[in-house]
Design a protein around this ligand. Structure first.
Ligand SMILES: NC(=O)c1ccc[n+]([C@@H]2O[C@H](COP(=O)([O-])OP(=O)(O)OC[C@H]3O[C@@H](n4cnc5c(N)ncnc54)[C@H](OP(=O)(O)O)[C@@H]3O)[C@@H](O)[C@H]2O)c1
Length: 309
């Protein structure tokens, strides 16, 4: 079996396509033949060692988390998934390795792929949509009439967040790059600003929730934009931001891992067309190393980058 892997933490130069042996499928696990895998910024952050306290020092490590594919084997205690099912999901980041021909993972981390979605579209969903769900519905509690601000509304997380907020009746304001303004890059956003238009969007006391997908909005700045009971939601915590946030009970963190229980609901919303994954580039697995390196170091296309097997 082939996969993208690395033998030490570091930049794109550490990645190579190498051989690996699939582990035996345990009682609660499934084996999936991967048809498409989507790239997340999280993948290169892991490879760079951003979470090495958790991911440890055993190498080689497989790269990639989000995938869609076909089940080839199920453990004896798996009841909801059978061989031949088309599924999508996310590999536990502590064992990541979805940029691979096949993966063995916990059956709780996969759900059936909606038939309306291609493998590539389904692979775009897990981390980005789970993070958006936790941020917008669990933390910001978007509801009819609430006013939500999303910094980075054209990115994968930001765009799913805007779609979820709109689906719950919220009014969405967001920022994105100049080229994205007024285009289809920001579906679900009622009012779109450029990043530089702070004097226009950063008015005091305007929003029920501010969701910073990029980590570029100061915590104080975000808090000042809130109504008295509003919340600032962060998905790029740094020690400085957490410290600053601890001074306010209205600063909340959101992580993709908290969203795994919502994967089935996400599949349903995507099947109905409420959540619309957008592919910016679909490339063959043979181009994986250059495609990942380009996404990491250069300008990214609008929409997710998907590796097809
Ligand atoms: N806490 C968690 O569990 C969690 C989960 C998922 C993601 N995250 C983090 O959240 C952030 C957003 O993730 P995402 O998947 O939404 O990312 P993404 O799809 O790449 O989009 C993020 C934004 O980055 C801008 N962008 C485009 N090219 C860029 C480049 N070369 N460098 C920097 N920004 C660029 C885009 O805006 P414009 O093109 O409009 O400028 C876009 O709005 C990342 O830092 C990621 O690590 C955290």
């Amino acid at each position: 079996m082939k996969r993208v892997q690395y033998d030490r933490y570091g930049g794109p130069v550490e990645m190579y396509v190498g051989d690996y042996d699939l582990q035996k499928v345990a009682d609660g696990e499934v084996c999936v033949s991967i048809k498409a895998a989507a790239i997340n910024p999280f993948d290169w952050k892991l490879r760079r060692g951003a979470m090495k306290v958790v991911t440890g020092r055993r190498f080689p490590k497989g790269m990639g988390t989000d995938f869609a594919g076909i089940v080839t084997e199920v453990g004896s205690k798996v009841i909801n998934i059978k061989v031949g099912d088309e599924v999508f999901g996310t590999v536990d980041f502590k064992k990541s390795g979805a940029f691979a021909e096949a993966a063995v993972l916990d059956a709780g981390n996969v759900v059936k792929k909606p038939p309306q979605l291609s493998f590539g579209e389904a692979a775009c969903l897990p981390i980005a949509a789970m993070t958006a769900w936790v941020a917008i519905l669990d933390r910001a509690k978007a509801r009819a009439g609430s006013r939500i601000f999303i910094n980075g509304c054209s990115g994968a997380v930001g765009s799913f967040a805007a779609q979820l907020a709109r689906a719950h009746g919220a009014h969405v304001t967001g920022t994105c790059g100049r080229t994205a303004r007024g285009s289809e890059k920001a579906p679900g956003v009622d009012l779109v600003y450029g990043y530089a238009d702070k004097h226009e969007y950063a008015r005091n006391g305007k929003f029920d929730a501010v969701f910073d997908t990029l980590g570029t909005l100061g915590v104080g700045e975000g808090l000042s934009m809130l109504m008295p009971k509003g919340v600032f939601v962060d998905i790029n915590p740094t020690p400085g931001r957490i410290l600053r946030g601890m001074l306010s009970r209205r600063y909340k963190l959101a992580f993709a891992t908290m969203g795994i229980r919502h994967l089935a609901a996400i599949a349903q919303l995507a099947g109905e067309g409420t959540l619309r994954p957008k592919i910016g580039l679909e490339a063959p697995f043979s181009d994986a190393l250059s495609v990942i390196a380009n996404a990491e170091t250069g300008p990214r296309p609008s929409g997710k980058i998907v590796l097809a097997f």
